[in-house]
Every structure is written in structure tokens, then in C-alpha cells.
Design a protein around this ligand. Structure first.
Ligand SMILES: N[C@@H](CCC(=O)N[C@@H](CS)C(=O)NCC(=O)O)C(=O)O
Length: 325
């Protein structure tokens, strides 16, 4: 991580832990908003007006939080408005890097080798982890926001007529329900799998494991009444936030993070729901199982040999055939 703008050598993938050995995720440091007129958003300062070609998104395809924003960009038709750079799937000792892994990019905007350089360009004394996603302003040469929940919301409504407005991921009438879903699904499932994977005590692991599967059971029951999405027939941000975890579940969380009571494939309604969202226009292009597997299985603390598993076979998502001997 960065301490006063300097990269520290004792980088730890397991991040911070609480008194019980549970994983604690860092809060985001840049919270400005892109708005139609450049006024300040719910947090942060004014000055980030929606303009075509002005903003750039730094993402990792392994990362579920970054993937929320990639999906938002596709669904809202913002591909020509916001450019993207994809980092290498494996976290290095210097954090996220730019390189030549298939599907990864070099940094065409700032010419950086590592993502932390982008953070210190925005704030030379930055202290914190250099996380993705990052929304970057090419005009003023600084970071607008590094919190995926904010970025997804500003993609939904901050770009005015530059975005498709026939899709509303945060409709007024569903806001209370969306907030309630997010408040349940984030700690128990989106972050729950990380709490299981990065737990440093048996107690913390088992607590997270229980949260993950109780939440999956609850969601399976909710989706078993024939509805297409969490709130019925209207796709919302809550669906995107759930999807990014489901699509990684069998490839990464079931094995590496020891969330192995059941596979996503064992949940019929959740599996259909995941494939339904995967098939929405543009969404499949945001999902890379090779990045996801290489990324997660390169976490040395959890997988010292860094061997990437060949399976599982994921029909409709990433079919794997056994090679002939
Ligand atoms: N609050 C952030 C969390 C993002 C986050 O934790 N990203 C991870 C990848 S999934 C990261 O970049 N980790 C690098 C590190 O911790 O050094 C968000 O939702 O945008």
C-alpha cells in the first residue's frame, strides 16, 4: 500500500483484520462525482462535468467491484464517453500493474507501470491501498472517485443525455428496496466470500461461511417465484452488485476462498438468474474467467504455488474439456 505517497515493501494481500481475525476492507478515499452541470454530488467537490471522452476507468477484470462499473458503462451505453484500461490479473508486490496478459492493457492515459502511480499523481501524499476501480479525469489530471458504488450510480444518472436513459438502474420507486438489498447482500455475500477467504482464524472463517450460504439460500428462495430480477422485472444496481459475485463463485470462491458447502451450479434459480444477466447486451464482454482464475489463484498468501486450476467446467460461461492424455 501507499504510505504518504511512498509504496511500502511489506504489502499484505490479507489487508487489515479485526480482533477476531476477520477481514476488514478499506474505505475509499476519492469521493467526487461527475454530474450533468459539474455541480458537487452527494459527496466531494464540484468541477466534474459530464463531457464526452473526458473520463477514464481503470479496472481489473478479476475484481467484482470494478466489474460493477464496467457493466454500468455497457448497460448505460457509455463506451464512447468513458475509456477503459484493464490491469493485469495478478496482483504484484507493487500492486496492480499494466502489461500484456491477454485482455489486459498498457496505460494509454498516464503511461504508468503500476496503478499506485495513478494514486500519487492525484495525491502525492496519499496513504491507503491502490485499489480498482478508479475513475480518472483526463482534463484536470486527477482522480474523481475510487468507490465502485458511487461510480455505478454516477453512470446511471450523472451523464445526462450522453448515456442511455431508457435503462434506470436506481429508479426512484425502488430506492428503498435497493438500499435494503444492498445492505444485506454486501456484508453477507459480496464481502462475505472475502471474509471467508481472508479469515485468519477458524471462528472468523466459519462465521463468514455461514453468512454466505444463508444469503445464497435466501436469494434462491426469492428468485424461485419466477421473477427475472431481485425486484421483479426491473433490472437494478442491486442485480449488478449480486451478479458480479455469482459469476465468480464456482471459478474462485468455492475453491480458493473455501466457500464449498454448495456450488452456484447447485442453486437452480440463482444459476438461471446469473446466466440471464450474463446474456444482457454487453455484459459477457465484461467477464473474463481466465482473468478471474489467474487473479484469485495468484494470491500467494492463499495459494503459494500459484497453480491455476483447469476447472471447473462452467456450461454457458466457461466450458472446460479434459485434454487427451
Ligand atoms: N471500496 C472499493 C473496494 C475496491 C477493492 O477492494 N478492490 C480490490 C480488488 S477486488 C483491490 O483493488 N485491491 C488491491 C489492494 O487491496 O491492494 C470499491 O468498491 O470500489
Amino acid at each position: 500500500m501507499l504510505v504518504n505517497g511512498k509504496w511500502t515493501a511489506d504489502w499484505q494481500p490479507v489487508q487489515a483484520t479485526d480482533a477476531k481475525g476477520g477481514f476488514v476492507r478499506q474505505t475509499s478515499g476519492f469521493r467526487n462525482w461527475v454530474t450533468v452541470d459539474g455541480e458537487a454530488g452527494p459527496t466531494g467537490a464540484a468541477g466534474y462535468k459530464a463531457e464526452p471522452g473526458r473520463y477514464h476507468l481503470y479496472v481489473a477484470l478479476i475484481c467484482p467491484w470494478a466489474s460493477r462499473t464496467l457493466i454500468g458503462r455497457k448497460l448505460k451505453g457509455l463506451e464512447d464517453v468513458i475509456s477503459v484500461s484493464v490491469v493485469e490479473p495478478a496482483l504484484t508486490d507493487f500492486g496492480w500493474s499494466f502489461g500484456d496478459f491477454p485482455g489486459a492493457d498498457r496505460d494509454s492515459v498516464n503511461g504508468a507501470s503500476y496503478l499506485h502511480e495513478i494514486y500519487t499523481k492525484a495525491d502525492p501524499t496519499y496513504t491507503g491501498r491502490a485499489t480498482v476501480p478508479v475513475l480518472w479525469d483526463k482534463k484536470t489530471g486527477t482522480m474523481v472517485n475510487n468507490e465502485s458504488a458511487d461510480i455505478l450510480r454516477m453512470m446511471n444518472s450523472g451523464f445526462g443525455n450522453l448515456a442511455r436513459n431508457d435503462i434506470d438502474l436506481y429508479p426512484e420507486a425502488l430506492r428503498d428496496e435497493i438500499e435494503a438489498l444492498n445492505a444485506e447482500i454486501y456484508p453477507a455475500l459480496n464481502n462475505g466470500v472475502y471474509r471467508a477467504g481472508f479469515a485468519t482464524t477458524q471462528v472468523a472463517y466459519e462465521e463468514a461461511f455461514g453468512d454466505v450460504f444463508r444469503m445464497l439460500d435466501t436469494l434462491e428462495a426469492r428468485l424461485s417465484d419466477g421473477r427475472n430480477y431481485l425486484s421483479g422485472d426491473h433490472l437494478t444496481e442491486a442485480d449488478i452488485r449480486l451478479f458480479v459475485t455469482l459469476v465468480r463463485f464456482d471459478a474462485a470462491y468455492h475453491g480458493l476462498f473455501k466457500c464449498n458447502l454448495r456450488r452456484l451450479a447447485d442453486y437452480a434459480a440463482l444459476s438461471r438468474y446469473m446466466l440471464r444477466i450474463l446474456d444482457l447486451p454487453g455484459v459477457r464482454e465484461t467477464v473474463s474467467i481466465p482473468h478471474i482464475k489467474h487473479g484469485y489463484y495468484s494470491i500467494k498468501a492463499l495459494n503459494p504455488t500459484r497453480i491455476v486450476p483447469v476447472g471447473p467446467d462452467l456450461p454457458g460461461l466457461f466450458p472446460v474439456e479434459l485434454k487427451r492424455a
